[in-house]
Design a protein around this ligand. Sequence first.
Ligand SMILES: Cc1cc2nc3c(=O)[nH]c(=O)nc-3n(C[C@H](O)[C@H](O)[C@H](O)COP(=O)(O)OP(=O)(O)OC[C@H]3O[C@@H](n4cnc5c(N)ncnc54)[C@H](O)[C@@H]3O)c2cc1C
Length: 408
Amino acid sequence: MAVLAGLAAICGAGNAREAGPHDAVAGVTPKYVAAPGCTEEVAAVLRLAADQALTVVPRGTGTKLAWGAPPRSVDLVLDTTRLARVVEHAAGDLVVVVEAGTRLDTLQETLAAHGQRLALDPPSGGTVGGTVAANAAGPLRLLYGTARDLLIGVTVVRADGVVARAGGKVVKNVAGYDLGKLFTGSYGTLGVITQAVFRLHPLPAARAYVTRTVADAAEASRLVQAVLRSQLVPAALELDLPRPGGPATLVVLLEGAPAGVPARAETLVALLGGDARAGEEAPPWWGRHPFGPDDITLKIAYPIADLEAVMTALAGAGGLEPTLRGSVGTGVLHAGLPGDADPAAVARLLGTLRQALRPWGSAILLQAPPAVAVDRWGDVPALALMRRVKTQFDPAHRLSPGRFVGGI
Ligand SMILES: Cc1cc2nc3c(=O)[nH]c(=O)nc-3n(C[C@H](O)[C@H](O)[C@H](O)COP(=O)(O)OP(=O)(O)OC[C@H]3O[C@@H](n4cnc5c(N)ncnc54)[C@H](O)[C@@H]3O)c2cc1C
């Protein structure tokens, strides 16, 4: 009770409460939920958590909180959704400073009013902080990279409640270790991100989606290579395979000036051949995951030229029929299986994939019922170093314990 009173004193009475079952993080129910309204309040909440030895998991809109390994323990969910301000949009500098709990789609609306965008398009609904913490990306990753490439400054609160800032508002930043990159993809294990600074890009004036049906893995691989080796500078290159063994669809996004895009699209149609055609609308599956909320989900990263090998390994998935979709121009595929798929078969599939992907690729089990008892992350290079980094930032291991690689 004293903890709850302390949280309410920091965040305001309506912004701290006892947790309920719907606050569970990957099946683990916390005791409290607190929603601080600014960086200083986040710092005060984390100081209180440190005093009381509470474990803490940050939460944005919670769209993918079930992903990753379940936490070993969670006492307090730190809800970031009150940190929802666009602090500064410096349109002339193509830079935005934004609080971590801001929804990415809300941020994009603000930027679009000035003809700009943050060139990040992960499946919608998430917050800026969650996107950075998970280094989430979508189709545009091909041309613009991920949050790791677009983030130029970050404000974080450490487990002991100390506020730290890194980088800034200039694209060429000051010297020093790039802490923003370290926090990107840290899954809430190093600190709570409260503000992010991103570089921006102008919204493209014209777009074309060039679509081509693909017969098999060999053809998919050949066409992907042809597009990537061309001078057509695609913004995105996506593949959708709703049924293993069935036809797949390859879609290439071209963006740019109205004068240039149609001509580039025409060249691309000729390059792809077959039933290739250009249109202005994205297919309905564009930028969405190929699975539902209760499905078993995998994320596969591989060298781009190994697409055929990866698709072949998935096709021989021992009776399982994964749906497949992803950014084949960057070597990232997502796969989905029914939630009640045989756990032993899922484990075997993961083993086969990891074997086929060595040494450069990885297959991560993002979400699965506890019966699928395998290491979710697989072998990760430099794990000993990562453990030391974690201990440096969070010596008592109270932030999202156990969620990350190697049980960090
Ligand atoms: C293991 C994992 C892998 C993912 N991979 C992809 C991917 O490849 N592509 C993709 O599009 N999406 C991916 N996601 C989903 C991506 O996280 C969501 O699109 C985005 O995080 C949604 O934001 P949210 O606000 O709902 O975050 P939540 O679902 O609430 O949280 C996501 C993760 O970020 C942490 N977190 C949230 N806010 C903060 C913060 N302010 N500071 C520190 N940590 C925070 C949480 O503790 C949690 O680990 C992944 C998510 C996880 C957990």
